[in-house]
Design a binder for this molecule. Structure first.
Ligand code: UTP
Length: 277
C-alpha cells in the first residue's frame, strides 16, 4: 500500500527566531519567496502523499490561510503578470487535502505526533518537520524514504552524518549498515559527544508505522512532561522495526539562523542560475 498521508508537526514556538516568530509561525518564514512549510508539502507530494495533516498551535493561523483560496487577492492580480506567482500554491491546494488539529500544550515532538493520530488513523505515514529544508534530486528525500519503506515495510528515519560537536542537538542512531541502509538497534536523544553511539543524526523526516501511536501512549514522558519520538522509535527498533537511511541531497537546518541564511543564499543563487540572470 502506498503512503497517502503526511503529518507536519508545526506547533513549536520557534523561539530561536524571536521576535520574527512572535506573531508569525516559524513555518511561514520564507526561503526567498516561498514559506518553509510549502517546500515541505511539495516534498510530500513528490512522494505521492496528498493528504496533509498539520499539527498547529496558538498563533499558527497563517498556515491555514496559506493553504486556502484568497479570492480578493486572486481577483486583484487576475490578468496581470503576477498571476503566475500563485500558480504553485494554487496547484497544491487543488491536488492536496489539508486537515488540522491543535496541540494545546507544547509537550514535544512525540506528543505532537500523538496529537496528529486523528488525522492519520491506522496507516503508515510520513512526517516532515518543515524547518528542516531538504534539497535532493532526482528523488526528494521523502521519495527516497518511501522506496525504503516499500522494501522493508517498517519505520524509516532519515539520517545525516554530523560532526561530533553537533551530535548533542539530535537523536543519534546505533546500528549496522547492510545493503546501503542502517538496521537501527537503538537511538539516543541528544547524547554527549563522548557517549554518542555514532555521528548519524536523525533529521526532520520520518516514515512511521501506525503502532507508533500505541507506543507513544505507553512511554513515560521525560522531565518537563515532554514525549520524545526517539523513545517510541527505540521500542520499534528493539523489534527490528526501524531503518535509517543516509539520504542523498542536502539539508538546511532552518530552525536556526545559520541554516536559514545558507538555505536562502542557496535557493536565491539556484533561482538566479535557472532564470539565467
Ligand atoms: P523544535 O524544538 O526544533 O522547534 O521542534 P521549536 O520549539 O519550534 O523551535 P525553538 O527551539 O523554540 O526555536 C522541532 C519540530 O517539532 C515541532 C516544531 O514545530 C518543529 O517543527 N514541535 C515541537 C511541535 O509541533 N510540538 C512540540 O511540542 C515541539
Amino acid at each position: 500500500m502506498s503512503i497517502r498521508k503526511c503529518l507536519f508537526p508545526a506547533a513549536g514556538y520557534g523561539t530561536r527566531f524571536l521576535p520574527a516568530t512572535k506573531a508569525m509561525p516559524k513555518e511561514m518564514m520564507p526561503i526567498v519567496s516561498k514559506p518553509l512549510i510549502q517546500y515541505g508539502v511539495e516534498e510530500a507530494m513528490t512522494a505521492g502523499m496528498r493528504e496533509i495533516g498539520i499539527v498547529t498551535g496558538r498563533g499558527k493561523r497563517a498556515i491555514e490561510d496559506h493553504f486556502d483560496k484568497s479570492y480578493e487577492l486572486e481577483n486583484q492580480i487576475a490578468g496581470t503578470g503576477k498571476e503566475n506567482l500563485l500558480a504553485e500554491i494554487t496547484e497544491i491546494i487543488a491536488r492536496c487535502r489539508f486537515s488540522y488539529t491543535r496541540q494545546v500544550e507544547m509537550l514535544g515532538l512525540g506528543h505532537a505526533i500523538l496529537v496528529g493520530e486523528g488525522l492519520v488513523g491506522n496507516e503508515p505515514f510520513g512526517v516532515i518537520l518543515a524547518d528542516d529544508y531538504c534539497v535532493a534530486s532526482p528523488d526528494s528525500v521523502m521519495q527516497q524514504m518511501v522506496k525504503i519503506y516499500e522494501k522493508y515495510q517498517c519505520s524509516v528515519v532519515a539520517v545525516e552524518e554530523v560532526s561530533l560537536s553537533r551530535v548533542s542537538r539530535y537523536g543519534v542512531i546505533d546500528g549496522v549498515e547492510r545493503d546501503g541502509v542502517f538496521r537501527v538497534s537503538s537511538m539516543v536523544e541528544k547524547p554527549r559527544p563522548e557517549s554518542a553511539p555514532s555521528q548519524l543524526a536523525i533529521i526532520g523526516r520520518y516514515i512511521l508505522t501506525p503502532d507508533i501511536f500505541e507506543i507513544l501512549r505507553k512511554i513515560s514522558p521525560v522531565s518537563g512532561g515532554e514525549l520524545h519520538i526517539t523513545d517510541a522509535l527505540n521500542v520499534q527498533a528493539r523489534n527490528g522495526g526501524v531503518i535509517g537511511l543516509k539520504f542523498s541531497g542536502s539539508r538546511f537546518d532552518c530552525g536556526g539562523l545559520d541554516g536559514f541564511v545558507a538555505a536562502t543564499n542557496y535557493t536565491y543563487d539556484t533561482l538566479k542560475m535557472k532564470s539565467g540572470v
